[in-house]
Design a protein around this ligand. Structure first.
Ligand SMILES: Cc1ncc(COP(=O)(O)O)c(C=O)c1O
Length: 462
């Protein structure tokens, strides 16, 4: 079909819902078929004499019901009868209801990685080195892979020679490898009082005690870290100094230096997670300030694609063998095909190109989000996520429940909190996983309306 021309006048209620009803009806009646392209928000708005925002909300409603899907650069299409794409499913919780808009998971901004992936796979298949990719390799990665990892980590502003690099199966595997090598059950690991939930999971599995250090919008307070070092025998400090998760703040150089001083005094190892570092102009990393005790960690999950499962650790030279042992004891080696793709992408400049495009896309989406949600939001203006503070009328968990009722998934403070009491009331909103900008806009509008509404006091009473 060329252009879909609905007749929403047949349906009552708000205009956007009437348009969504008309769409659902046309799908039911077979007037719209899987794969049919829908008009742009602007074209349909002009045709129906409504605002573009109304059409965006209608499409968001239809996407929530699983009727349509947006693809960046291609448009919006009628869905087939297939289940939602696996990338929209939080694996630890199983499938979400069909059509739930995922602002809960920190997906990379969509870009040209799929086309590049196809092209690189073809080049590898046609090249002379295919057989080697089916062989065992060493645990740290072969020299070209370590060199590529060093080049990638070096962008953080540190000398990263290949012999100090370990190739891993992603950022989470970096953490599991370091904890496996250097944290024993009962050891104390300190981190931001609100931290990346994957660290909490890794520590829980290893029976490592996690202690939260007080934070502000920038990150950990050096004095609080010093006090914690006096109170507990802290073995390791894990930080995400560039765009923390969930607060999306960046630690100043002064704070980094103060933290290093304390870490040296109390002989604390530092794990510096830099998966989001490419999104900002980074201050000097801990790995440059305290190379003798820092593990700098990154992955290609946010800058290229999470399915690659490629990460890198820069470690002090005398720590490499034990990390290699941890890789060996978990996966022996990272799948060589994925390592080969990552090595090619880094050495050819493709990885940097993808990362730069994603940073730009993130900046655009942040402008949209801040226009809608206002200046109260926290975080770097080029981050993938933002922190939406909530006032005392809302409990974060209730807000999450109400947002789900509207078909939108966000993550509440508890998921990130170390200990029992969240130091800040709010939710993390991720801007990368909804492909269609109009749909994202509608979702953010709904979140804003919800934030500004009075919570229904009876809602949670059974
Ligand atoms: C701070 C942080 N570190 C590590 C990871 C894990 O990255 P990967 O997908 O490479 O395992 C994430 C993923 O969201 C993250 O937010």
């Amino acid at each position: 079909m060329t252009i879909w021309q609905p007749d929403p006048a047949r349906f009552t209620g708000p205009r956007y819902r009437a348009i969504a009803e008309a769409l659902a009806d046309d799908v039911r009646e077979g007037h719209l078929k899987p794969g049919d392209r829908l008009p742009t928000h602007r074209d349909l708005a002009w045709h129906l004499k409504v605002t573009v925002g109304t059409v965006s909300r209608a499409y968001a409603e239809a996407e929530r019901r699983g009727l349509i899907a947006g693809e960046v650069g291609r448009g919006t299409f009628i869905r087939g009868a297939e289940p939602p794409a696996p990338s929209s499913l939080p694996p630890e919780r199983g499938p979400e209801p069909l059509g739930l808009l995922n602002l809960a998971q920190n997906h990379p901004m969509p870009g040209e990685e799929i086309a590049l992936f196809a092209q690189t796979l073809r080049e590898i298949a046609d090249g002379p080195d295919l057989a080697a990719l089916l062989q065992y390799q060493n645990h740290t990665g072969l020299p070209p892979a370590r060199e590529a990892g060093g080049a990638w980590l070096g962008l953080a502003g540190v000398d990263a020679p290949p012999e100090r690099i370990v190739v891993t199966a992603g950022g989470q595997h970096c953490l599991a490898t370091i904890l496996g090598a250097y944290a024993n059950p009962g050891d104390v690991v300190a981190t931001e009082a609100m931290t990346y939930p994957g660290l909490k999971a890794a520590c829980q599995l290893r029976q490592v005690r996690l202690e939260g250090i007080a934070v502000d919008a920038e990150g950990v307070l050096p004095d609080a870290f010093a006090a914690a070092c006096r109170q507990w025998p802290i073995r390791m400090l894990y930080l995400t100094p560039n765009i923390s998760n969930p607060l999306a703040g960046t630690l100043s150089l002064e704070r980094r230096k103060a933290i290093v001083e304390t870490a040296r005094r109390h002989d604390v190892l530092i794990v510096e997670d830099d998966v989001y570092g490419f999104l900002i102009d980074r201050p000097a990393p801990f790995a440059a300030l305290a190379p003798e005790r820092t593990f700098l960690v990154t992955s290609l999950s946010k800058s290229a694609a999470p399915g690659l499962r490629i990460g890198y650790i820069l470690a002090p030279a005398d720590r490499i063998d034990r990390l290699a042992l941890a890789v060996r004891s978990t996966i022996w080696m990272v799948p060589p095909l994925m390592v080969e793709i990552a090595t090619r992408w880094i050495s050819s400049g493709v990885a940097e190109r993808l990362a730069a495009a994603k940073r730009q896309e993130a900046a655009q989406r942040q402008v949209l989000a801040r226009r809608i949600l206002g200046r109260a939001v926290m975080g770097e203006p080029t981050a993938y996520h933002l922190w939406l503070p909530l006032d005392e009328r809302w409990r974060a968990s209730e807000f999450v429940t109400e947002a789900r009722r509207l078909g939108i998934a966000v993550t509440g403070a508890n998921a990130f909190t170390v200990g029992r009491v969240a130091p800040m009331n709010g939710v993390r909103v991720c801007l990368g996983s909804v492909a269609d900008l109009g749909t994202l806009e509608a979702a953010l509008l709904a979140i804003r309306d919800l934030r500004d509404a009075e919570p229904d006091p009876l809602q949670s009473v059974v």
